[in-house]
Design a protein around this ligand. Structure first.
Ligand SMILES: Nc1ncnc2c1ncn2[C@@H]1O[C@H](COP(=O)(O)OP(=O)(O)OP(=O)(O)O)[C@@H](O)[C@H]1O
Length: 312
């Protein structure tokens, strides 16, 4: 697998002087082409800031981001973002088809090709035949499908998703999760998705990165070795799923996460170094990441006082 995204020593500080706030500090990791990685972490730890830096919407104040080897400085053409708030992402005065075609207007794509590609991608997200409607004529879940279609129409090298299913009901959320995995498999997309939902991260991902409190540091990088074919009922009932979700939940309560990145240990060797630099085999990375998770979980169980103290 080739490296799609390389984040090295990424730091972002909002403001200056006394008002300065370091949201992420010295983050290093890579995402391989075709991977679906999820980021989880406490509220306010810097997840959205990280995605904004990766997408070039805001500049890093330290370190670098590379997309297939090219340094990101501004929003790359072959990167797309899906935000939580679909109602503010779509243009209400444009039809669904025109919304989806929109990113292609700035590319050398003929009108006929734009129409064909929009229709194809709408079909791939289960919205064949709704191109002539307006976004406000659709349900919330359908509108988010339109946002996903619009993100996919330009065949991005990297798709970033920031809490994409947080504003829809539980059943729609499950459908959109399955859609995301299907799209990733069918199109070979590389996806980095932020979520607050532990179960969702395990269900969706090939890999889960757990961040500490702000400024975010990577506390664990877990390989999710569930079977590729996943099902909302049987996968979530499986022993492997329950064990993995427990591992992520314990990590999120561990002192390592509850400390801020100021005091957290450096990016853990398991995934931050080996997997990140492609130096280790998948098996080695897998066992190492699991070990780091177990160590953090053990720490959480063994030092409840410290956990409580660090939360206060
Ligand atoms: N434009 C901004 N100016 C100043 N500080 C900001 C700005 N945006 C975010 N922050 C601060 O940076 C920190 C990280 O914010 P960010 O939104 O990245 O966290 P998050 O993990 O995505 O949060 P949540 O999980 O609640 O969505 C927070 O303390 C936040 O208050």
């Amino acid at each position: 697998m080739s490296t799609m995204l390389e984040v090295s020593g990424l730091t972002h500080q909002y403001g200056r002087g006394e008002r300065a706030h370091v949201a992420v500090r010295d983050l290093t990791f890579t995402i391989e082409a075709g991977q679906l990685a999820c980021i989880v972490g406490p509220s306010g730890c810097g997840k959205s800031t990280l995605l904004r830096c990766i997408s070039g919407l805001i500049p890093a104040t330290g370190g670098s981001v590379r997309l297939h080897g090219d340094e990101v400085s501004g929003v790359p053409d072959d990167l797309a973002v899906v935000f939580q708030d679909y109602s503010r992402s779509l243009f209400p005065w444009l039809t669904v088809a025109k919304n989806v075609e929109f990113p292609l207007r700035w590319q050398q794509v003929s009108k006929a090709d734009r129409r064909r590609r929009a229709a194809e991608v709408l079909e791939s997200v289960g919205l064949a035949g709704v191109g002539k409607k307006y976004p406000w004529q659709l349900s919330g879940g359908m509108q988010q499908r339109v946002s996903i279609a619009r993100a996919l129409v330009s065949r991005p090298a990297l798709l970033l998703m920031d809490e994409p299913f947080a504003s829809v009901d539980a059943q729609t959320r499950g459908e959109l999760e399955d859609l995301t995995r299907r799209v990733q498999r069918d199109l070979g997309s590389t996806i980095l998705l932020v979520t607050h939902d532990i179960d969702e991260s395990v269900y969706l991902a090939d890999r889960v990165l757990v961040l500490s409190k702000s400024p975010a540091a990577i506390v664990a990088d877990l390989t999710i070795d569930l079977p590729a074919e996943r099902d909302q009922i049987t996968t979530r009932e499986s022993e492997q799923f329950v064990s993995l979700r427990g591992e992520v939940a314990r990590l999120l309560q561990s002192p390592q996460v509850q400390r801020t990145g100021e005091t957290a240990p450096e990016t853990p060797a398991p995934a931050g170094s080996d997997a990140a630099h492609g130096a280790a085999s998948a098996d080695a990375a897998d066992s190492a990441t699991t070990d780091s998770a177990k160590a953090a979980a053990a720490e959480a169980v063994e030092s409840p006082d410290e956990t409580a103290a660090s939360r206060s």
